[in-house]
Every structure is written in structure tokens, then in C-alpha cells.
Design a protein around this ligand. Structure first.
Ligand code: 4AD
Ligand code: MG
Length: 456
């Protein structure tokens, strides 16, 4: 049997071909007396391949006439210059086999379904133009992230998903229990001896590896039991967490900016057709904005300066701006969309609103934290220089009501060859929202998990 050629390859090819085999799903079909036009899509690219099947073909009545939207087919034929406008190549079929018919209630018959409806058919939505494009970009960005770090000598570390520690100290974790027996086991019957949770971040374990291998990154799923019903929070999301030894906050901020520019530049180049689709149907002006992010210098501003800017803005915010309070999404968006009009890093936050592991600054009031904010979303990256001084780390832990015993191995890193080190976490889905213009995090995740919803 011939091997299948992806539609993307056919549409890019330089010359006609005597024979090719394509396989995919029917998007539309039009029958006339003498022939049928079939458009198929195999997910390799946004475009469909147009196929002309003459009514004189062997088996036309059995395999071409019954084809409806959603059916799967295998088609052999000649690749010839396209008669119509739009694309260069089409196929003149020599044989058509229907692999699986689509029942008449196939839900993706027409365009213009709501995003909510498409979420309710998460198993079929990858067959739509939008979700095909989103998940091609998701795949490419995962690849580009590995490329970015691997090309710079970072080692990929797999940190555990089941853990006993609450890195961010927010106490919003999913507990791990077994289903052995009828009763869910808690307390004395703990499977691992001590209580365990699904990780909220691989950072603490990542630090142990950075303090041996110097430059590392993690890339995996993280879980947060925050009851946030926003378009930017998911209960299960993926995070990329580089951790760098012999590194301070400035170098950390440089790396985050360089990474974002690299990823934006790569998506513009590698996913051009999909981005054009987003620009046209999802977020007008997307490409121009991404080009701008790729080419322009970002801004940096301290938390203290940011608070002053916001207070002087004359803007009314839902949440008041006060020194010592967390910046809300509306504040972050004002900074990036109205004031600076470009991605902006805010650094040196008050220590009270940040986790125990961040390095205390000489002012005694702030820590060496940084958040990279982008227009349309707000925080996309959160990071910091880590507290490498044993005595101060111990003080921080006390202030945060943490038991040193629970983090003895983390503290050990400060006892044996401690080094300045820093890192950050990039929310993978926030990145995808940023580069696709898709407004809800649920629509860049294959099977989203959010409070009240874990279908499929
Ligand atoms: O700012 P966060 O909480 O930082 C950390 O977890 C650090 N341990 C990272 C580090 O320094 N290694 O989370 C990092 C990023 C956020 O900037 C955001 O993009 C994303 O993770 N994020 C979420 N994305 C989707 N849904 C949620 N519930 C998210 N919470 C955080
Ligand atoms: Mg954060």
C-alpha cells in the first residue's frame, strides 16, 4: 500500500505528482452530475485539500455519494494544478474508499458554534478549524520551549507530580489518596506515610538540580485547587520552570524576556497560516502585536514605582491600589496596555505578599521577585532570585509559619555549597492565549479542568 502524504506537504509541494494517497475527514462535499468536489482535512494544516471525483470512477455510488461531513476517507489520485482560486494544487481522484461514515447528527456541520458548545464536545472540537490551529500551535510551542532551553545548555529535569511540599505556600492543593477499600484513606492510612499532594510547582525540586547541574528547566503539569473562576486560571495547567545557578534577578529577567521574544518570533515564522486565521477570526491585529513584541524593547519597573504610576493614573479601579497589596489583573493590564503599551516586568515586591523562598533585598522590606506582564493577559511569568543565605532563609520560614523539618532537604542546599540562584515559571497556557489571541484558557487546553468541570 502507498504511504499517506499529509495535506500540508501536498499543498507546499513544488510540482505535480502522478499519484498520492491522502487520508482524512470530509469537511464538505458538493455533487454535480458529472463529478463531486470533496474537501478533506487531515489536521496537518489549516487548509483542506480539494478533490475532484468523477462520476465515472469505479465504486462512485458506494464510496463517494454516501460521504457526508465528518466521514473518514482514503483517496488516491493525481496532484494537478488547481483550477479554482485560493490554492495551487488539487487532487484528481483515481480511487475513493470511505473508511468510516459519519452519522447524520455529526455536530460540526456548520460554522459559528459557540465556544461553550465546542467545550461540551471536546472529543470532536479538534476537527474544527479553530481548535486544529490552537493545538498545532500548542505542539509547536512545546517543541520551541525545549529548543530554546536545550540550545542554551539547560538540562531538562522531571520533577515529581506527587509531592509533600506546598512550594507557593498558598495551601491550595489537591490531596493524593488511594481508593483501596470502600473508604478513602486519610491520616494514619496515608499511602506514602505522610500526606501528599499534586504539585503546584516543580521549583523546590528544580533548585536541588540547579545546585548541581547549574542550568536546568522543568516542563510539566501542575495543579492548583484555587477556586478562581476566571478566564486565566485552570486547575491543571503546564508550567515551564528554568532554574539557574550563579544567577541574580537581573539575569533572570533578561532570560524571561529573551525566552518570550524567541517563542513569539518562532510562532510567527512556523505557524503563519494558523496565526492568519486567529488574526482574522479571533483577535484582529494579533500578528502586528506579536511582531511588535518580537521587535521592541520591553519595560521594567519596580513594584514601588508601579504602585505610584497606578495611583497617579487618574484611573478608577475596582480594587484600590495600595503599597503592600497584590497587583490585580486590572492593574497589570493598565500598565501593559495603557501606560507602557508593551510587555513589562515588575520587580522587587513587598515581602509579605510573596513566598518564603524569595531573596530578601537590602531594604529589608522587599524581595527579589519579578512578574513579566503582557497586554491582554497580565502575568505570564512569575519568578525570583532565591534566598541562598541560611540564616535569612530560616527567618523567612519562621515568618511564613513553615516548619524547617518539612523542608530540611531544601535548607540543606544552603548548608553545603550554597550559591546565588534564580528562576521563573512560565504558564504554558497563558503563553498560548497570548500568541493565539484565544480569550479563555479552557480553549487552549485539550481537556480543561476547572472548578466544577473535569469531563472527558
Ligand atoms: O507565579 P507562580 O505561582 O510561580 C510559581 O509557581 C513559581 N514557583 C515559579 C518559579 O519561580 N519557578 O506561577 C507561575 C506562572 C504564572 O505566572 C502563570 O503564568 C501560571 O504559572 N499560572 C497559571 N496558569 C493557569 N492557571 C493557573 N491557575 C495558574 N497559576 C499560575
Ligand atoms: Mg505569580
Amino acid at each position: 500500500m502507498m504511504t499517506r502524504t499529509p495535506v500540508a506537504e501536498i499543498l507546499k509541494s513544488e510540482s505535480a505528482a502522478e499519484t498520492a494517497l491522502v487520508q482524512g475527514w470530509v469537511r464538505t462535499k458538493r455533487d454535480s452530475k458529472a463529478f463531486s468536489f470533496i474537501e478533506i482535512n487531515d489536521g496537518s494544516c489549516l487548509s483542506n485539500l480539494q478533490i475532484v471525483a468523477d462520476a465515472t470512477l469505479d465504486g462512485y455510488d458506494e464510496s463517494v455519494l454516501p460521504l457526508t461531513t465528518g466521514a473518514s476517507v482514503s483517496i488516491e489520485g493525481k496532484i494537478i494544478p488547481s483550477q479554482g482560486k485560493g490554492q495551487q494544487w488539487e487532487m484528481q481522484a483515481t480511487s475513493v474508499t470511505m473508511l468510516g461514515e459519519a452519522e447524520s447528527d455529526f455536530p460540526l456541520q456548520k460554522k459559528g458554534h459557540s465556544m461553550e458548545f465546542l467545550r461540551s464536545i471536546a472529543h470532536l472540537r479538534p476537527r474544527s478549524n479553530l481548535f486544529g490551529a490552537v493545538f498545532r500551535v500548542r505542539s509547536r510551542m512545546a517543541y520551541s520551549i525545549h529548543r530554546f532551553f536545550q540550545e542554551r545548555g539547560f538540562l531538562y529535569v522531571h520533577t515529581p507530580i506527587i509531592t509533600g511540599s506546598d512550594c507557593e505556600g498558598a495551601g491550595e492543593m489537591f490531596r493524593v489518596v488511594t481508593t483501596a477499600g470502600e473508604e478513602i484513606k486519610l491520616g494514619d492510612d496515608e499511602f506514602f506515610g505522610d500526606p501528599t499532594y499534586l504539585t503546584v510547582s516543580g521549583q523546590l525540586e528544580g533548585e536541588t538540580f540547579a545546585c548541581a547541574l547549574s542550568n536546568i528547566y522543568t516542563f510539566g503539569p501542575t495543579f492548583r485547587a484555587e477556586n478562581s473562576h476566571t478566564s486565566r486560571h485552570a486547575s491543571e495547567f503546564w508550567m515551564i520552570e528554568p532554574e539557574i545557578a550563579f544567577c541574580d534577578l537581573n539575569q533572570d529577567m533578561d532570560l524571561a524576556e529573551e525566552m518570550l521574544k524567541f517563542l513569539v518570533s518562532d510562532v510567527l515564522e512556523s505557524c503563519a497560516e494558523d496565526l492568519q486565521f486567529f488574526d482574522r477570526f479571533i483577535d484582529k491585529g494579533l500578528i502586528e502585536r506579536l511582531e511588535w513584541v518580537r521587535d521592541r524593547k520591553f519595560e521594567r519597573v519596580s513594584y514601588t514605582e508601579a504602585v505610584e504610576l497606578l495611583q497617579k493614573s487618574g484611573q478608577t479601579f475596582e480594587y484600590p491600589v495600595e503599597y503592600g497589596a497584590n497587583l490585580q489583573s486590572e492593574h497589570e493590564r493598565y500598565l501593559t496596555e495603557t501606560h507602557f503599551q508593551c510587555p513589562t516586568t515588575v520587580y522587587n515586591y513587598p515581602k509579605e505578599i510573596k513566598p518564603f523562598y524569595m531573596r530578601r533585598n537590602d531594604d529589608g522590606k522587599t524581595v527579589a521577585a519579578m512578574d513579566l506582564l503582557v497586554p491582554g493577559i497580565g502575568e505570564i511569568v512569575g519568578g525570583s532570585q532565591r534566598e541562598e543565605r541560611l540564616t535569612i532563609l530560616r527567618e523567612n520560614m519562621k515568618e511564613h509559619d513553615l516548619q524547617e523539618d518539612d523542608y530540611w532537604w531544601y535548607v540543606d542546599l544552603r548548608r553545603y555549597g550554597s550559591v546565588p540562584h534564580a528562576g521563573f515559571g512560565l504558564g504554558f497556557e497563558r503563553l498560548l492565549m497570548f500568541v493565539t489571541g484565544v480569550a479563555n484558557i479552557r480553549d487552549v487546553i485539550p481537556f480543561p479542568r476547572t472548578p466544577g468541570s473535569a469531563d472527558f
